[in-house]
Write a protein that binds this ligand. Structure first.
Ligand code: NAD
Ligand code: UD1
Length: 319
């Protein structure tokens, strides 16, 4: 099968591309490398087509989509606080970019588009766990853009018959998540703090919770969402069903590494939701999705990956 993966040089994207290639599929990656890295694709570089370009340019999107059967649309600006700071640019990339992908997919008559949606669509709905039957109430510009992407996908299904599935990922973490930006995900930053023995920063009291989900589970869901029958127009939670607080993450990392770091507590971030936990029964039923790797196992694998990557970088700089 021929796949286009937008954002395929990013964290979830490159892990997904690896799996597609290992299953023998043909893959085109479209990525502007704004947060992704070509290095993530180094090992499979001669097996894929890489196009450096932006989803905000419809001509580039059309070119990348030529002959694609499935499109996994992951390119986005992913940070909640960054969207609070700059909602216009987040909207341009996440909403206009998604619209371009859908328009090109309709024109090229692709079999299905899978959209990277987000648990941030739920916002502050009080009930836990979050089920897809709840009315979304996003509270950050980022959450709004991700929800709009879902609605556009569904509208394209109704108006043009374009098959589409939206996956609401819940806090994905794992190898290749960038720890270096102020907007990076918390687990990447905490792993870096434990490696470098710097002080982790917790926003708020650290008792907020997230359904931290190891990346292999998201990759599995991506592939299932392309293949499952009779799911077009549907939205699925992709999580584990658990929830863990930043304070618990720090305790778990202390156990994994044998180190204890004292955190610095800063005020809560604007646009942050308090708690998040996925009800994954719909994904189980319709996609056959079962999380393969739990939180603690995933965190151990992730920390080991950062540690070995740091060791390799150090060895390189010494030669
Ligand atoms: P990431 O930043 O590693 O990946 C995003 C990729 O998109 C990067 O490679 C980046 O260079 C690329 N990109 C950004 N703007 C682009 C543009 N205009 N044109 C082309 N490429 C562009 O982040 P990620 O965590 O891998 O996120 C992937 C997707 O999953 C995003 O859509 C994000 O909103 C969604 N998501 C992620 C999480 C999570 O916890 N990581 C949770 C919910 C949803
Ligand atoms: C993350 C994703 C977002 C996704 C959403 C829903 C990133 C950068 N963000 O957002 O794309 O749609 O999950 O699944 O991947 N925190 C700290 N210290 C830090 C950083 C964060 O305490 O150094 C706290 C935050 O205030 C927040 C929690 O940890 O309460 C999680 O933050 P973060 O990792 O940025 O993820 P989300 O904002 O949940």
């Amino acid at each position: 099968m021929r796949y286009l993966v937008t954002g395929g040089a990013g964290f979830i994207g490159s892990n997904t591309v690896d799996e597609l290639v290992s299953r023998g599929h043909s893959v085109v990656v479209l990525d502007d490398l704004s947060s992704g890295k070509e290095d993530h694709l180094a090992e499979i570089r001669n097996k894929i087509t890489f196009i450096k370009g932006s989803v905000t340019d419809i001509e580039v999107v059309r070119k990348a989509m030529h002959e694609a059967e499935y499109v996994l649309h992951l390119a986005a600006r992913t940070s909640v606080p960054r969207s609070v700071k700059d909602p216009i640019e987040t909207n341009r990339i996440n909403v206009d970019g998604t619209l371009n992908v859908l328009v090109a997919a309709k024109e090229m008559k692709v079999k299905r588009v899978v959209l990277a949606a987000s648990s941030s669509a739920y916002g502050e709905t009080p009930t836990l766990p979050k089920a897809e039957t709840m009315q979304p109430q996003p509270i950050s510009p980022y959450g709004v853009t991700k929800y709009v992407g879902e609605l556009y996908g569904q509208a394209f299904g109704r108006c043009y018959g374009l098959e589409n599935v939206a996956l609401r990922y819940f806090n994905i973490f794992g190898p290749r998540q960038d720890p270096s930006s102020p907007y990076s995900g918390v687990l990447a930053k905490f792993c870096a703090a434990f490696l470098e023995e710097t002080q982790p920063v917790v926003f708020g009291d650290g008792e907020q919770t997230r359904d931290f989900t190891f990346v292999d589970n998201a990759v599995l869901a991506n592939l299932l969402a392309c293949e499952a029958p009779n799911v077009s127009g549907r939205v699925f939670n992709v999580g584990t069903g658990g929830r863990v607080s930043p304070n618990q993450v720090l305790l778990t990392l202390a156990r994994i590494t044998g180190k204890t770091l004292e955190a610095k507590y800063d005020p809560p971030r604007e646009g942050d939701i308090r708690d998040s936990q996925a009800d994954i029964s719909r994904a189980r039923e319709f996609l056959g999705y079962r999380p393969q790797v739990g939180f603690e196992e995933g965190l151990t694998l992730t920390f080991e990956w950062y540690r070995s990557t740091q060791a390799k970088t150090q060895a390189k700089s010494e030669t």
